[in-house]
Design a protein. Structure first.
Length: 336
């Protein structure tokens, strides 16, 4: 089968012809039709994070396709089913996190395209218990980004505990943020969007944001507080220290600052104000299978739609180069 393979860190991926995966009794084999490209894939291929993937590696954790082979122990999935293989490739199923509905915190989890081979290939083996079915009427290309970007932003908004009518500030209107705005609107929230440039302004306002602020020209904290009296929650998808601090400073008393992006710097936390104002600062990492089903349902009902540019797997190194330069709007999906 054809696959994009990382053989060494910080080098280009090679399109190789390798053996099709053989499945175990608990697995299924998925014929991949499309796979989203996430910044995490770039980090994996560069070995940027403390826990590094084992090479050679096939990246990709937004792979969607058709089931073509089912393991002998699998009873709930059949050939022909349309499924996606998310970042949470598998978990142990019996630790305190798995048993309490927080499986994305499982210390024994495997991650698609990181600790196990992912979806940058014609075929991918998957743990049958952790794939999620693609709703009828939703095509593979539109579905792919939801298996990471979609569920990540949807879960962050759930974590924020903002209620219909509450104000939420979304920092960064990119591949994650443009979905966060849409999920927030679909959930009945009022949105302030923060990014820079007229293109992002037009995008955010077209998606339903009530206000857009440019971090290069506006006084973000003062302006948001004057317009909203402080937001009930903020979701920071940006990767800058300044953005993270601003996302904290705009939250009203008793609100939540939800951190999603992974900046290289640390963010100092003002302990006195945090305690005095009863502000919660929380991290949110992807989502569970249930979260993913819910986020897909919003899209299937036409409430949310990722902005997608479709390319071919052979374009992956050019895609990574554009990603490093910050030249991608929305999400890239490779067809396979």
């Amino acid at each position: 089968m054809k696959a994009a393979v990382a053989n060494t860190f910080d080098s280009i991926l090679k399109i190789e012809d390798i053996a099709k995966p053989k499945i175990e009794p608990h697995q299924i084999l998925v014929k991949i039709h499309a796979c989203g490209v996430c910044h995490t894939d770039l980090h994996a291929c560069h070995g940027d994070w403390p826990v590094k993937p084992t090479l050679p590696l096939i990246p990709g954790h937004e792979g969607v396709g058709e089931v073509v082979e089912v393991g002998s122990a699998v009873t709930h999935i059949k050939n022909g089913d349309r499924v996606g293989i998310p970042w949470l490739y598998s978990a142990c199923g019996h630790c305190e996190y798995c048993l309490s509905g927080r499986e994305s915190l499982c210390l024994s989890q495997e991650n698609a395209g990181y600790s196990v081979n992912g979806g940058y290939a014609e075929y991918c083996a998957a743990h049958a218990d952790y794939v999620v079915k693609v709703p009828e009427g939703l095509n593979y290309v539109d579905a792919a980004p939801l298996f990471c970007a979609g569920v990540t932003t949807y879960k962050a908004l759930k974590v924020s505990e903002a209620k219909p009518g509450d104000w939420v500030a979304i920092f960064g209107i990119g591949g994650l943020g443009h979905l966060a705005v849409q999920y927030a609107i679909a959930m009945g929230l009022r949105v302030v969007a923060v990014d820079t440039g007229n293109a992002k302004r037009e995008l955010a306002m077209s998606l339903g944001a009530e206000y857009y602020l440019d971090f290069k020209t506006d006084d973000i904290v003062a302006d948001i507080i004057s317009k909203t009296s402080g937001v009930h929650a903020s979701v920071c998808t940006a990767v800058s220290k300044v953005g993270f601090r601003q996302s904290y400073d705009v939250v009203r008393r008793g609100g939540k600052c939800v951190l999603v992006g992974l900046p290289p710097e640390d963010m100092p936390l003002p302990i006195f104000n945090t305690v005095l104002n009863g502000v919660s600062v929380v991290g949110s990492i992807v989502g569970t299978r249930k979260d993913l089903e819910e986020c897909l349902e919003f899209v299937a009902r036409g409430k949310v739609k990722a902005i997608i540019e479709e390319k071919k797997l052979e374009d992956i190194n050019e895609i990574f180069a554009d990603m490093e330069k910050g030249e991608i709007t929305g999400r890239i999906v490779v067809s396979i």
